[in-house]
Write a protein that binds this ligand. Structure first.
Ligand SMILES: Cc1cc2nc3c(=O)[nH]c(=O)nc-3n(C[C@H](O)[C@H](O)[C@H](O)COP(=O)(O)OP(=O)(O)OC[C@H]3O[C@@H](n4cnc5c(N)ncnc54)[C@H](O)[C@@H]3O)c2cc1C
Length: 339
C-alpha cells in the first residue's frame, strides 16, 4: 500500500452526507483538501482497479447503497476578491466552499448579484454542474470562468462561460460527468447593482425604496423556508424533476383543460410547464411508496420518511413519471443524479 492509499478511509459511510439521508456506503472515501492530490488519487484508483466519483454536499444525488470505488469529497476551501474595477468586482471561490456561505459572504460586503441564489444547499464546485437557479436567477448570469481538473489529460483547464455550455439545469460538466472536476469558480458582481425582482414573490420589494442585496437575500430565504421542507428534518433533494419544456402543440390540451396552468414561453417558442403542478394535478402530492413519498408540502419534492435506499427512490420516481405521462402525456426527467 502506498502512502497515498493509506489516506483512503475504508467502508466509508455516506448516510449523513446526502440530503436524502439514503443508506449509502463507499468502499473508500477521501476528502480532497488539496488539488495537487488529484493525479495521485487517480493513479491509486488505477492501481486498485477502482472507479472514482466526486461528491460535494450530497444535495443533488441519489446514492447507491454500496459503491465499489473511491468517493472523493470536494473540500477545497477559500474565497476572495481578485480585482475591483469599473466593470465590477471579480470574486473567486474554491469548489469545497458551501454555496450559501459564499453568497452570504458577498452580500455581507454589500456586493449584489447572487443574492437570489441564497439558501441553495451544496458546494460551490457543484453549482456549475447543473447551473443552479432560483427566483429568476441562475449561476450563469454573473459567471466569468472556472478552473477544472481534466481526468482524461491529468491537466488543469480553464473554462469560459461559453465553454461551459450552460442551459436550464445543464452544462458540459453534467453531460460529461466522468471527465471534469471543478476546482474553483470566478464571478463578476456588478459595480452598480440593480435588484432582480422578476420573480413573483420578490416583485413587491420594488415598493420598499432603496433596497440592499441583504434585504433581497432575507426575502429569498424566507420564501424558501416557507415553501420547501427542510432537508435536515425531512430528508430530500429539493426539486426532484426538472420543469418540462414542450412544444406548444403538446401543451395545448393541458391549457385547454386548465387555462390557468403555469406555463412560461421560452425563446425558442416552446413552453416550460411546472413539474410540481403536473404532479399535484395527477393526484400525487403527499403520495407514499414504501419509505419514500412526494412531500405533502411541495409536490415536486421526494422525501425519505426513514430507512430508504436508492431503489426505493427509483421505484417512486418511475411511478410518478408513468402517472404524469398517462395523465398529461408529458415526460418528466429527474433533476438529481443517480450516483
Ligand atoms: C432542499 C433543497 C433545495 C434545493 N434548491 C435548489 C434550487 O433552488 N436550485 C437549484 O438549482 N438546485 C437546488 N437544489 C439542488 C442542489 O442544492 C444543487 O444542485 C447543488 O448545486 C448541489 O450541490 P452539492 O455540492 O450538494 O452536489 P452533490 O449533490 O454532491 O453532487 C451533484 C453532482 O455534481 C457532481 N459534483 C459535485 N461536486 C463537483 C465538482 N467539484 N466537480 C465536478 N462535479 C461535481 C457530483 O458528482 C454529482 O454528479 C436543492 C437541493 C435541496 C436538498
Amino acid at each position: 500500500m502506498t502512502d497515498f492509499q493509506a489516506r483512503l478511509t475504508p467502508d466509508f459511510d455516506l448516510s449523513a452526507r446526502n440530503s436524502l439521508a439514503l443508506k449509502a456506503r463507499s468502499r473508500f472515501g477521501l476528502g480532497i483538501t488539496d488539488a495537487a492530490w488529484l493525479p495521485e488519487l487517480f493513479a491509486s484508483a488505477a492501481d486498485l482497479s477502482l472507479p472514482v466519483r466526486i461528491l460535494g454536499g450530497g444535495s443533488n444525488v441519489v446514492l447507491a447503497p454500496a459503491y465499489d470505488g473511491i468517493t472523493a469529497i470536494m473540500a477545497l476551501a477559500g474565497r476572495n476578491i481578485i480585482e475591483q474595477n469599473a466593470a465590477g468586482i471579480l470574486v473567486e471561490a474554491q469548489a469545497g466552499e458551501t454555496w450559501h456561505d459564499f453568497v452570504a459572504w458577498t452580500v455581507g460586503q454589500g456586493l449584489g448579484g447572487i443574492e437570489n441564489l441564497a439558501g441553495i444547499p451544496g458546494t460551490v464546485g457543484a453549482a456549475p454542474v447543473q447551473n443552479i437557479g432560483a427566483y429568476g436567477a441562475e449561476l450563469a448570469d454573473h459567471f466569468v470562468s472556472l478552473r477544472a481538473y481534466d481526468r482524461h489529460t491529468g491537466q488543469r483547464r480553464d473554462f469560459s462561460r461559453a465553454d461551459c455550455a450552460f442551459a436550464y439545469r445543464d452544462s458540459i460538466f453534467k453531460r460529461q460527468p466522468d471527465r471534469y472536476i471543478v476546482l474553483s469558480i470566478r464571478l463578476l458582481l456588478p459595480a452598480h447593482w440593480t435588484p432582480n425582482l422578476n420573480f413573483a414573490g420578490l416583485a413587491d420589494l420594488a415598493d420598499s425604496g432603496a433596497l440592499t442585496p441583504e434585504q433581497v437575500m432575507a426575502r429569498v430565504l424566507a420564501l424558501r423556508g416557507a415553501k420547501l421542507p427542510d432537508w435536515r428534518v425531512n430528508p430530500n433533494a429539493g426539486s426532484f424533476f426538472q420543469n418540462p419544456i414542450v412544444p406548444p402543440a403538446q401543451a395545448a390540451p393541458i391549457l385547454a383543460e386548465f387555462p390557468s396552468a403555469p406555463n412560461f414561453p421560452q425563446a425558442d417558442g416552446r413552453l416550460k410547464l411546472s413539474a410540481g403542478w403536473l404532479i399535484e394535478k395527477s393526484g400525487l402530492k403527499g403520495f407514499r411508496l414504501g419509505p419514500v413519498g412526494m412531500s405533502d408540502r411541495h409536490a415536486l419534492v421526494v422525501v425519505n420518511h426513514g430507512g430508504a435506499e436508492q431503489g426505493d427512490v427509483a421505484a417512486l420516481s418511475a411511478h410518478v413519471k408513468a402517472t404524469v405521462q398517462q395523465r398529461f402525456g408529458v415526460q418528466l426527467h429527474e433533476e438529481p443524479i443517480f450516483l
